[in-house]
Write a protein that binds this ligand. Structure first.
Ligand code: ZN
Length: 423
């Protein structure tokens, strides 16, 4: 009898485990992450219709998963301003052309500069001698200001250099030399002249000649779209569990340098689609909403628009789970808002412990670092989960599919679905 009990307990355990495994599909997830971070998506940004291509892809996916829409379409359109770089940039030092995306980045708020310039270098040592913006003039000479930030690590000095960069760029092109990893972002403004962030490794100390060819195009009325689909709940269709992941990334710096945004956030979108696939086959008590937001990298713009123009009452949201940076996890996950929703955070840690899933579940307080933020501001209970570990690629050309690692996907999938089943 004792033995029989043991065997049936074991069988039950195997069945539960198999059920968890059967209901998830890693191949599906990886395919979606790969598609969304492929070169054809153009970094899901503002050059060569990248964002639109990704939206079209999601539209097709939502459709084939059988998601319903709240309006006549999955799209929720909104306008945003964005500074873009559709043309290939050119930067050379002493006749040596530098490689965009590797040796340098164009600052997101860069303007245009074209021509041959003489560099004037200022570091922490002589920055005191730097004339006021607009006063840096040598008759008959075209100058580029080089701000040498090497060896500067304290916050105040970095802030001062940042301010100098912005103010001087109204009068002449500026190059910032840094020892740090180059990290790109998105801006809604444009300076009068080019601003370039350059890796110190690529800087030839003795150069007297810099050639620049930077073209920027400020799109003040760029049309972006959130993609929103749902599965109708069976017992309480007017209550909602909302899953969100932003699908935009940074786009392209010219036609060659692509910011694939595989971890940020093709990975989260792939989870979103995989979870939609999972719930489409389930009996769901509440309506399950799947939102892929645009404009996140430009300042959480898509989610801001959504909370201002919601497609269903925000107070009907039982819980919202935002996922971003889901392409690792060997060092576990962080749960933003964990300190606000203590009980729900305990659910996560207890599921994780009971089932022996992830290495670590780290708690974090509220933070305006992804799309859950505006919902939190509106009083919607929410978590933002991101994975930790793996590649350090972030907002650079190395955030590509090859640097993702979905080894932890089976555990993370179980953790998320078990967590959501408790509502
Ligand atoms: Zn992100």
């Amino acid at each position: 009898m004792h033995k029989a009990l043991q065997i049936s307990a074991l069988l039950l355990l195997v069945c539960c485990f198999a059920n968890d495994l059967l209901s998830q599909n890693r191949t599906f997830l990886e395919k979606k992450a790969k598609d969304l971070s492929s070169a054809s998506m153009k970094g899901r940004g503002y050059v060569e219709n990248g964002l639109e291509k990704a939206a079209g892809y999601l539209h097709h996916q939502f459709d084939s998963l059988g998601l319903k829409n709240f309006k006549k379409d999955y799209c929720q359109k909104f306008k945003m301003a964005v500074n873009t770089f559709p043309e290939d940039p050119f930067v050379s030092f002493g006749g040596e052309e530098l490689l965009v995306g590797v040796d340098y980045h164009i600052d997101p708020s860069s303007g245009d500069s074209k021509g041959i310039y003489e560099p004037l270098i200022f570091s922490e040592k002589n920055v005191i001698d730097l004339p006021e913006p607009g006063r840096l003039i040598i008759p008959g000479k075209k100058l580029v200001l080089v701000l040498d930030q090497r060896n500067i690590s304290d916050k105040d000095s970095l802030a001062m250099f940042r301010s100098l960069k912005m103010r001087h760029a109204e009068y002449l092109p500026v190059i910032v030399l840094t020892e740090n990893k180059l990290t790109w972002s998105v801006s809604d403004e444009q300076h009068d002249h080019a601003i370039i962030e350059m890796s110190a490794d690529a800087f030839p100390e003795d150069t007297r000649k810099v050639e620049l060819g930077i073209n920027a195009e400020l799109k003040s009325e760029f049309e972006a779209m959130n993609m929103i689909g749902f599965l109708k709940g069976r017992t309480e269709p007017d209550s909602f569990i909302v899953l969100t992941a932003h699908y935009d990334h940074l786009g392209m710096m010219g036609t060659e340098a692509c910011f694939y945004g595989a971890n940020d956030n093709a990975s989260g979108c792939a989870y979103l689609l995989e979870l939609a696939r999972h719930y489409a086959e389930k009996y769901n008590k509440y309506s399950m909403v799947f939102i892929a937001f645009a404009g996140e990298e430009a300042g959480l713009l898509g989610s801001k628009y959504f909370v201002e123009q919601p497609l269903f009452p925000l107070e009907r949201i039982k819980f919202l789970l935002n996922i971003d940076l889901m392409g690792n996890g060997d060092e576990g996950i962080t749960v933003v808002n964990g300190t606000i929703f203590e009980e729900q955070f305990k659910w996560i840690t207890s599921i994780n412990k009971e089932k022996g899933l992830l290495n670590k579940v780290k708690i974090r307080g509220p933070a305006a670092n992804s799309d859950h933020y505006w919902f939190t501001q509106k009083g919607v209970p929410s978590f933002f989960i991101y994975t930790m570990g793996g590649s350090k690629a972030y907002h650079d050309v190395n955030d590509n599919f090859d640097n993702l690692n979905f080894e932890e996907f089976p555990d993370l999938f179980v953790l998320i679905t078990e967590f959501l089943s408790r509502f």
